[in-house]
Design a protein around this ligand. Sequence first.
Ligand SMILES: [Cu+2]
Length: 258
Amino acid sequence: MRRSAIATFLAALTAPPAAAHFQEIVPSADVLPEGGEVRLDLLFTHPMERGPVMEMTKPKRVGMVHRGRTTDLTGALVENRIDGRTAWTLATKLVEPGAAVFFVEPRPYWEPAEKKWIVHYAKVVVDAFASGEGWAKPVGLPIEIEPLARPTGLWTGNLFRGVVRRDGEPVPFAEIEVEWLNDGSVTAPNEAFVTQAIRADQNGTFAYAMPRAGWWGFAALVDGPEAPGPDGRPAPTELGGLVWVKATDMGGPAAASR
Ligand SMILES: [Cu+2]
């Protein structure tokens, strides 16, 4: 028994942080050339490993910043079941040009394996009428990535750059985890490839070249305030500021419509 406890402890020590959690907020398209309906899927999962999906209770708030206005979309959330877990979906229409920044403020998730709370504030930009306007507008989340490259209409291989901000201030040497939303076509050769790890520079600025078409999640992670865990004892909180960015292959129409 004692030995198995030690084995568990050692396994925990040596296990790579492969099971990186990512709050997904993924739209049906990054650009709506003619405007119109956009559908967003919200789930809490491990994108590169395609699961396991974690339970996502109804978020505190979901909304969008569009043309300088913030709209609360929490009431439009529809519950969804994925692999037996709760996830959410929402559909809305963009009838005016301009980038809409969709965001989610989830409720804290208790991670029993790491004995910590996780709150991942996540956002994604959808550009209506391919306007090229409004994509840099911050939502004002407690931790947020400010894009330095327009996060829509990006080619595969493009460099995505951003600044990690906490309460509006840059976070020097912030840690950023990067994962590709795996469609099943890639198997990581080993655990090291599942989550890419990068650091911001002294100004909180980071860059990453996306090597494959599809959705990429960038998760800036910082320590939040301690909060009582299920046993009432103070537990750490991981705060994430995520942005989802789509890369599209240069090539035929088939690649463009992925
Ligand atoms: Cu997990």
